[in-house]
Design a binder for this molecule. Sequence first.
Ligand SMILES: [Fe+2]
Ligand SMILES: [Fe+2]
Length: 503
Amino acid sequence: MRAVPIKCVPENADDIKRNCADMSSCVFRTAFSGADAMTDTKELLQKIAALRTRLSEPAVPATADPVRAIEAKVERGSLHNAMLESALRHADPSPVQAALASFRLTARGIRLLRQGREMLQSLRTIADDAEFQQADEADAIALWHREGMAMIEVILRTIQAMPASVSAQLRMCDGLEVVLAEVEERVSRLHSNLAQRKHQAARIDELADYLRALASKQPVSLTPLQGLADLILDEARGAQPLRFLYAAPTDPSRFAAAHSLTVAQVLARLIFDCSEWQAQAQLAVMVALVHDVGMTRVPADLLLTEGPLDSEQRRLIEKHVVIAEAMLLPLWPGGGWTIEAAACHHERNDGTGYPLGQQEIHLAPFVQLLAVCDVYAALCTQRPHRPAFDTRTALTETLLLAERDYLHKPSAERLLLLSFYPVGSMVELNDGAVARVIATHPGEIGLTHPDRPIVHLIADAQGQAIEWPIVLDLCEQKDRSIVRGLKAEERQAMLGKRHPQWM
Ligand SMILES: [Fe+2]
Ligand SMILES: [Fe+2]
C-alpha cells in the first residue's frame, strides 16, 4: 500500500489548527487575526476539501502498473499465508511458520511452499513404510529418498530466505519449481518401486503360507496354486522381466517359496509357447511352485551354513525330496510326474544325484526340464556360501553340466530361449552404450542367438542418458553386440538414479 503522508483528515477548524500547525503556508496563524482571516480560512477549508477528495480517490489502477499488480497479489496472498501458517503449525511445528510471519510471499511462493510440504509429507510416509525400512543405505530407493529429502529441504529453506522483492521471488520460484518437479518424479517412482517390492513380498508370503500348510498336512485347495501359475504364465507371455527372487533362509518356508517362484518363472518362459507343453503349462508351473515343499522342514541354521556341509547335514537337506511325496499326494492323489518332479528333481543322469543316486535313471521329460530350471535359478540367486552368478555364467555352467551328462542336454539347451541376458537385464554394448533387455526371440532364432536379444538403449557410449526410446533388435544390428551384463552395483548406479522402478 502506498504511504500516506497525513495520518488523519481534519474535521473542523480546531482539528485543522491542532493538526496542521506545522503546515508551511502559515495561513493558519493569520486565519484568526482579522477580517482577512475569514477569507484565508475559507481558502484553507477549500484546500483541505480538495485534499480530502484527492485522498478519497482510488489509487493508480492495478492493471496500469505491473509491479503494483504483483504487489496487490502479495496483499491478497497474505491472507492465504496466514491460513497456511496456521495449518502448518497444527501439522508440524517448523521454522517455516516463523519465517512466514516475518515477510510476505507471492501467491506462487505460497503454492510452492504448500506443494513442498505435501512432498515432504509423502517422503515421510515412504520413510515409515515397512518395506522401505528394510532397504539398506546403499539401496537405490534409500538413495532416492535421501536426495528427495535434501531437495525438499533446499526448497523450504530457500522459501524462508526469499527476499522481499517480488521480482526476485518470482525468479527464485522458477528454479524451485524445477527442483520440486524432480522431487515429485522421485516420489512417484519410489511409490512404484515400493509397490513392486510389496507385490513380490506378498507373492512370496502367499506361497510360503501355502507350502507351510502343505507340509503340515492341512487341507489345501489347488485353486490358489492355479491362480498363481496363471499369473506367472501371463507374465512370461507378456515378456515381463525375469526376477530372481530371494528370501533369507532364516525362514525356510519363505526361502523355499522365493526359490520356487524363480524356478516357476524360468520354466514358464521355456514352455509357454511350446506346443509340446501348452496343454499342461499351468500344471507344470504349479508343480514348479511346490517342488521344494520339503525344504520348509530343513532347519534354518542348516540353510544358513556358509562352509562345507558334513555328511549328516547333507543327509538332512537331501531328505527334503523324500518327505515331499507325502506332502504333495493330497494335491495329486493319482501320483505321476507331478509327484515324481518333487521326489526326483535332484537325480542326475550320471548317478551323482539323490535320493537314489542311480545311473541311467529314467526320469519323465518334465522332471528333466524342472531339474535344469532348478539348477539355473539356484545359480542366479545368492546363497549364504556364495554370491549369485551373472546370468550368462549361470547359463553356461548349466549347459556344461548337461554336456557332462549331469543334466538332460536338450532340456538345458531350452534355457537359451531366455538368452544369456534375460528380459530385465542391464547390458553393456560393444560401443560402450548401456541398454536394458526388453524381449528375447522365440523359437529357432532365440535358441541360436542367445546373445542377441532386443534391447532398449538407456545411455550412449559417453554415459549420457538417452531420453528418446531407442529399441534395437541385436539380431538385425550386426555391428552391435553385448559385451557383458552389468553387475548389481553397476546396475544400481545406473538405474538407481533414473529408473529405480526397474531395479
Ligand atoms: Fe530341491
Ligand atoms: Fe529347487
